[in-house]
Structures are given as structure tokens and as C-alpha cells.
Design a protein around this ligand. Structure first.
Ligand SMILES: Nc1nc2c(ncn2[C@@H]2O[C@H](COP(=O)(O)OP(=O)(O)OP(=O)(O)O)[C@@H](O)[C@H]2O)c(=O)[nH]1
Ligand SMILES: [Mg+2]
Length: 286
């Protein structure tokens, strides 16, 4: 039996969470087309016949702007201690450049094997993929380089096998039915936030956080926090249409997670400067 931890590094929006979901075969992390979607370290657990691979999905590397992004970057920095390997994710759809090299400087100096996943190769021309692979290969002394599509699943099995082979011998750390380390309340809050991200644009997604206040057999009560009253009006929508749509999209996934029907009650509140409020950030687990 092999078991161990692999940290997932990369710029925001390159598809780290989508790839973690693909590798674990379930939805452990929410995904969106907005950068800075992931705010926590989320363990996604992939079990094989003779291995348990624990992936630590992380926020993208970023320059901190406020207390929240500072805490997120601290989570990233801390997460490279005591891992057995690093999975460095790049997007084949973007220029591999300074941002990736900045991360490369940090991941290749840890003394653990680095596996590069060149993600989003779906619908790209082979010549373009080859050029991007050649550029990626110059980032550092990698153990393996895998072109993959987290979206279609192309190359994901080979990548999983390669990561598993890097794990040391050891016992399973989690029971086989467990997919993630996030508490249930946080998983639910994240699902609500994912739907809110789908329905908002520009600066608003960054101003949203969700807290589950009550979770019983029958009901989930959660608050969507934004920073200003005008943001609150947008998230509520005309006649409550937007918040209603968030609920409509989130409820089936929450029910699937809990395994039974629930009543979902969503409130929207303005809480000025919550991203700088250390007490609230602590409570949100960020
Ligand atoms: N075409 C394509 N799109 C992808 C692929 N993987 C992810 N995406 C899209 O890329 C966007 C970002 O995906 P995420 O998984 O949220 O990216 P992330 O790196 O976790 O982003 P942060 O958490 O913000 O750092 C989403 O719109 C995904 O649907 C892929 O293999 N192909
Ligand atoms: Mg993410």
C-alpha cells in the first residue's frame, strides 16, 4: 500500500480544482471561470487498489491584496511542507510566462518530485500543444510532464498513476468512502458560492462569501455576504430572481451531498469590508 499527499500549485484559473475533481472522480472543489475561486486548502482523496492519493487543492499563487488574499497565500506557502510531491498545473491555452516561472522557482526548490500537468489541451492543435510542452519543460527539473484535459478526462488516468507511483509506502489516512476533508457546512457553503459566481460578473464574485448558519435534517439556512448595498441588490435581483436562481441551482447538489431533500433558505446581507475582517475570515475557515 502507498499513501501520501500531493500539493496542487499553479496560477489562478488554470484548472487546478477541475483537475482535482477529475483525479478523485467526484466533486470535491467548486469551479468557475473567475480567478481566485478556491479560497481554502481542500483535500481531494483518490483511492486505488493499492494506494491512497490525497491531493491538496489550493488557491492560485497571487500577490496579496487584503487580509483574505494574504491568508490564502499563506495557506499556499504552508502547504508545500510535508508533501510527497507537487502537481504543477499550467494552462495550455495561455502563454506560459513570468507568473508560471515565479511559481516554478518555489516548487522546484522543495526537494520533492514535481509533476507538470499541461491542462486544457482539448481542442488545441497538436503543434500548439507540442510548443507549449517544450516551453513547460524549461521551467525546471520535472519528474514527468502530462498533457491533460481536466474537462474531457484525457490523460487524467495516466497522470493519476504517475502521482500514485511517487507516494511512499504507508497506510490509508482516510476511510475509503471519504472524498474530502471539508466539513459538511463548508461544502454546502461552497456549492452556494459556486452558483453565485456563475450568476455574477466583474468585481462582484470576489466580494461574495457564504456562511451556513443552520443545518438540520430538513433545512439549510445560509447567508450570502457581499460588501455593499448595491452588490446586495444585484445578488437579490429584481423581485428576488437572482438569489432564487442561486437556490434553484444549489439545492439539487446539496441534496445529493446530504442524501435527502432539504429546504434551502438563503439570505443576502451586506457586510462592509468583510475581506479585511480577520474574525469573520477565521470563522469562514479562510
Ligand atoms: N477547455 C478547458 N477548460 C477547462 C479545463 N479545466 C478547467 N477548465 C476551465 O477553466 C476555468 C477555471 O477552472 P478552475 O478549476 O476553477 O481553476 P483553478 O485553477 O482551480 O482556479 P482558482 O481556484 O481560481 O485558482 C473553468 O471555467 C473551467 O471550466 C480543461 O481541461 N479544458
Ligand atoms: Mg480552484
Amino acid at each position: 500500500m502507498r499513501s501520501g499527499f500531493v500539493a496542487v500549485a499553479g496560477r489562478p484559473n488554470v484548472g487546478k480544482s477541475t483537475l482535482v475533481n477529475a483525479l478523485t472522480g467526484g466533486k470535491v472543489a467548486i469551479v468557475s471561470d473567475k480567478p481566485q475561486t478556491t479560497r481554502h486548502r481542500i483535500h481531494g482523496i483518490a483511492n486505488g487498489d493499492d494506494y491512497q492519493l490525497v491531493l491538496a487543492d489550493l488557491p492560485g499563487f497571487q500577490r496579496p491584496l487584503d487580509a483574505m488574499t494574504e491568508r490564502m497565500q499563506r495557506t499556499v506557502d504552508r502547504s508545500f511542507d510535508e508533501v510527497d510531491a507537487v502537481l504543477f498545473v499550467l494552462s495550455a491555452r495561455e502563454r506560459i510566462g513570468a507568473g508560471d516561472r515565479f511559481i516554478a522557482d518555489r516548487v522546484f526548490s522543495r526537494g520533492v518530485p514535481v509533476v507538470i500537468a499541461l491542462n486544457k489541451v482539448d481542442r488545441l492543435k497538436p503543434g500548439h500543444i507540442a510548443t507549449q510542452m517544450a516551453t513547460a519543460a524549461k521551467l525546471g527539473e520535472f519528474h514527468a510532464l502530462h498533457p491533460v484535459s481536466a474537462k474531457t478526462g484525457d490523460g487524467v488516468e495516466a497522470l493519476r498513476g504517475d502521482l500514485a507511483s511517487l507516494l511512499p509506502e504507508g497506510p490509508a489516512y482516510f476511510p475509503p468512502e471519504q472524498r474530502t476533508n471539508l466539513p459538511l457546512e463548508l461544502q454546502i457553503a461552497e456549492l452556494v458560492r459556486e452558483k453565485a459566481l456563475q450568476l455574477t460578473r466583474e468585481e462582484l464574485p470576489h466580494a461574495i462569501t457564504v456562511e451556513v448558519e443552520e443545518l438540520t435534517d430538513k433545512a439549510v439556512r445560509a447567508t450570502i455576504y457581499v460588501e455593499t448595498d448595491s452588490q446586495k441588490q444585484i445578488v437579490i435581483g429584481r423581485g428576488g430572481s437572482v438569489v432564487k436562481e442561486i437556490g434553484t441551482r444549489a439545492r439539487p447538489e446539496i441534496e445529493a451531498l446530504l442524501g435527502h431533500p432539504v429546504y434551502l433558505d438563503l439570505q443576502v446581507k451586506a457586510r462592509p469590508r468583510w475581506r479585511r475582517d480577520e474574525t469573520l475570515l477565521e470563522r469562514l475557515g479562510i
